[in-house]
Each structure stands twice: as C-alpha cells, then as structure tokens.
Design a protein around this ligand. Structure first.
Ligand SMILES: Cc1ncc(COP(=O)(O)O)c(C=O)c1O
Length: 493
C-alpha cells in the first residue's frame, strides 16, 4: 500500500445542521461510537481533515478540533507524515461480539423453489477451503510459475487501450478464443472456429450455462455414475431428472441407459478420462454415443477437464472431433493445467447458440476477468502453456510412481490399487468392508484428504474406495504421508 493511502470512507457519518447539537459534537460522537462499536478497527486510517471536511461540507477547523479531542482521549493516534489512525491500544478492548443469528421465517416452507433442496444437499462445496495432501484434482501449486505468470498479468494490465479494464467482450476475450482454438487443434485434434468459443470462469460455469440455456424442469439428463459432482448437482438444481448411468470397461454404458431410462435431452460424459474411474471411452462407444444422440436429438457435454495429463500412449482425439452435427458441447478448463484460481474455462458451442450463450453469461453475471484472459492468451501464444504442461506431465508421472511405490510398501494389504495412464489421481479400493465415507473422515482427521468414491455417486455402487490425488503432493512428503495413512487405516480396521 502506498504510504499516503487514503483513509476510511466514513460514508455513514450524518451531519444534521438542523439539530441543536453542534457539528463538532455530532462528528466526535460518531467517531467515538464507531470506534467503540468496532466499526472502525484499531490501526485503521482515518481520512485527512481536509478530505473529511470536503466530504461532509464542514470546515477543516471543525474536523481538526474533533481529531485533536479524540487524540487527547486516546482513541486516535497520529503518525507524522502518514496521517491519523484508530489507536492500536484499543486492540485490547473487548468489543461486543457480532453474532450472526439465523432467523428463518416460520412460513417459509413450501414457498421456496424446489431447487433449494438440491442446492443445500450438494456436496460439491468439498472443493473449497484449505486443502490437505491427496485432495484429488489439485495441480502442483508448489510448481505454479508465479514469476512468469505475474509478468503476463502485469502486461495485460498495462495494455495501452485499457480495453481489459472494462467488461471486455460479451463472449470473452477474442485473443484468448483464438489461442484456445489453436491449442485445441494442436492438442486435441479439434477444428474449431474461435467464434464458437465462449470463455467462462471455469468448466463449472459452462455446465451452469448449458443447464440455464437448454434445460427445462423435468428434462432427462443421462449422467455418468460415479461422475463429476458439481456438474450433476447444477442440473438437478435446474429441475432436470438426472439419471445415473453406470460405467463399464468402455465408458458410459449406453445400452444400460437405453434400457432403463427415458430418452435424454442431454448426456454428460468425460470420454478422455472418466471422472473419477479413469476409463478412456472406446472409439466404438464414442461412435455409438454420437449416433444415438443424432437419432434421438440429444445433446452431449464432453467434459475434457484433464486430458493434458496422459503418461502413456497418444490420447484419442476428443469426442467432439468426431461430431459432424455439432451435438457436442466441448468444455475445457485451465483449473487443472494451471490452477483453479485463474478461473478460466470455455465451452465450444454450435454457431446458432453462440449469441444465446454469450447473453446468458451476461445475465448470470459471472464473466471471467478480461485481464486474466488477456494474460493467458499471450501465455499460450508464447508457448509457455505448452511448456508448463510438458513439465507438469513429467512431474505428475513421477509423483504417481512414487505414490504407487509407497502404497506398495505400506498399504498393499489394506488397499487394492493400480497405476493410471492419465490424470491426477488413482483409485484405491478398500480391502475391508469399511464404508469409504467413514474412512475418508478418519483420514481427514489425520490430515489426509482422499475423497470417498461414494461422494461421486448419485446411485450407490458396489465399491468402497478412496480417490487419491497425487499431482499436488511433493514426492519427498509421500513416504511419511502414506505411512500415516496406513497407521490410520490399521487403527480403524
Ligand atoms: C471432472 C471435472 N470437471 C471439471 C472441473 C473443473 O471445474 P472448474 O473449471 O470450474 O474449476 C473439475 C474440477 O474439480 C472436475 O473434477
């Protein structure tokens, strides 16, 4: 903060010239009261006497005399050359605690829309807050290229036209859309016109957007089970009937869904790397899925959240690359390849829906930051993004191998697991008949944050397993953490 930063705005001071109380007394009472109530905090800076006099339309001498009085009483301190502050001695003062009281009106039941229950019951919030080792989906934050990224943000802020300091373009930064189109051709075999891309603040916003624009209450959605929690829950909240489609060795089990559920308006799938089981959808299943969607007039969401991280073999091109009818909404995110705090993702939409999606984005009011978008566009164009992916690929492969080694050493009698050719986590099945949610909680108490497979399930499946993220844990920490994990598991068996 610059040395001469301005003080508090004091927007709630009210000076009433009609009162009998003199102006200086009104201001003095206000400031003293605000300090005692804790509205003004110890060490908080007050505006200069000139600024406050101007704001309130009173004389500077009046403000000065009030400040002097409160300085004499010990409420304020002045620092030469810096300004007037609330005294830090008041930190010891026992402020009345502000207590949030939950008042729920008695007759509220029945008045709230049906979506409130799915919102309240959602466990997608699991991704917020502090993280502990082995949280799935967490990239190597310790290796995030902070210095280089800062330069790109700085340059984006400094661009001469100041365009980035406004709302930017309705469907997101043109530069970023172009860079993404180029990246998709290079990395995913997808030929996409930059105009078809809508920039979002993460993949989740793309799911919200699709649900908001396309789903009616009662529409059927076929959704992978187990599957991505937050995407599923937003569709439920929008009133869709979300049907749990099991996963077999080729991916989403299309025949099961055809035989058991009503025809879908929308199908949600993670073909490159099923989330969280890790299966790659076979080519035959991809073609069958597209053919089915075409014959039944359904849409498909292809969530391609972590396809950058494949450690063996070449990735299959995206499902979208086989889609000649534009039935697939291809969704990508930078939350895994960079980090979730950049809040950037995108959705590729059919031409005739571009405007609807862009306008829906605006109504939802969650547009991504044009500054971050401009920074990322340049980061991709300079080859830095590809460089980062290559680095992370090597790092994650090593982290995965170390995790497997450690598990083999300490947990092979407790867990059954195998290495994975892609992604950022492995699945470890419990060899005991313990409930995975119970095990998850016990491990969390000991500072280890796997997720239970059951949390990904809309309909329970006959597996009790832990989802263990390896990408976010440094190799040297793994032996100790896995040993701890084995001790905890043994103690609850
Ligand atoms: C399967 C899957 N899709 C998408 C996302 C990305 O979410 P976002 O881009 O909103 O951070 C995640 C993140 O947890 C995920 O696990």
């Amino acid at each position: 903060m610059p040395k001469s930063a301005s003080g508090a705005l004091l927007s709630t001071v009210e000076i009433d010239r009609n009162l009998k109380v003199p102006l200086y007394k009104q201001l003095e009472n206000f400031l003293r009261g605000s300090i005692l109530d804790g509205m003004l905090k110890p060490k908080q800076k007050l505006p200069s006497s000139r600024e406050l006099a101007e704001d309130l339309g009173i004389s500077r001498i009046t403000v000065k005399s009030v400040y002097e009085q409160l300085l004499a009483e010990g409420y304020l301190k002045s620092k030469t050359g810096s300004g007037t502050y609330v005294s830090e001695d008041l930190e010891l003062f026992n402020y009345k605690k502000l207590k949030a009281v939950m008042i729920k009106p008695a007759d509220v039941e029945g008045k709230l829309p049906d979506r409130v229950d799915p919102i309240n019951l959602s466990r997608a919030t699991i991704r917020y807050g502090e993280t502990a080792p082995f949280r799935p989906g967490l990239p190597a934050l310790d290796k995030f290229p902070i210095k280089s990224w800062n330069k790109y943000i700085f340059n984006a802020m400094s661009q001469s036209d100041r365009y980035n300091l406004g709302y930017g373009s309705l469907n997101g930064s043109k530069d970023l859309r172009k860079s993404i189109a180029q990246h998709l051709a290079d990395a995913r075999g997808l030929r996409v016109d930059a105009e078809q891309i809508v920039i979002t603040s993460g993949a989740q916003q793309a799911f919200v957007l699709i649900s908001f624009a396309l789903l009616k209450a009662g529409d059927t959605v076929w959704y992978e089970n187990p599957g991505h929690i937050a995407g599923r829950d937003v569709m439920k909240a929008m009133g869709a009937s979300v049907m749990p489609v099991p996963i077999d060795s080729e991916g989403l089990n299309l025949d099961y869904a055809k035989n058991n559920f009503e025809l879908p308006k929308l199908i949600f799938a993670t073909p490159s790397h099923q989330h969280p089981l890790g299966i790659t959808m076979s080519l035959a299943r991809r073609l069958a899925l597209l053919k089915f969607a075409s014959s039944k007039n359904s849409w498909i969401i292809e969530d391609d959240y972590d396809s950058e991280f494949r450690y063996r073999g070449r990735p299959l091109p995206a499902l979208s690359a086989l889609d000649e009818e534009r039935r697939v909404f291809y969704v990508g995110t930078f939350s895994k390849a960079l980090c979730s705090a950049v809040r950037l993702g995108y959705v590729v939409v059919p031409e005739w829906l571009i405007e609807t999606f862009a306008k829906a984005m605006n109504l939802l009011g969650q547009n991504a930051s044009p500054i971050t978008a401009a920074a990322l566009a340049q980061y991709i164009n300079d080859g830095r993004f590809a460089e980062h992916i290559r680095k992370m690929r090597r790092l994650y492969r090593d982290r995965r191998d170390t995790l497997i080694e450690c598990l083999n050493q300490d947990c092979s009698d407790l867990l059954s697991f195998k290495s994975s050719d892609a992604g950022m986590h492995i699945i470890a099945d419990l060899k005991s008949d313990l409930d995975d949610e119970f095990v998850y909680k016990a491990l969390l108490d000991d500072g280890i944050e796997s997720l239970p497979l059951s949390v990904y399930c809309l309909k329970p499946i006959k597996r009790s397993a832990l989802v263990l993220g390896f990408s976010g844990v440094a190799r040297k920490r793994m032996p100790g953490l896995v040993r701890k994990m084995s001790e905890t598991l043994r103690s609850i068996h």
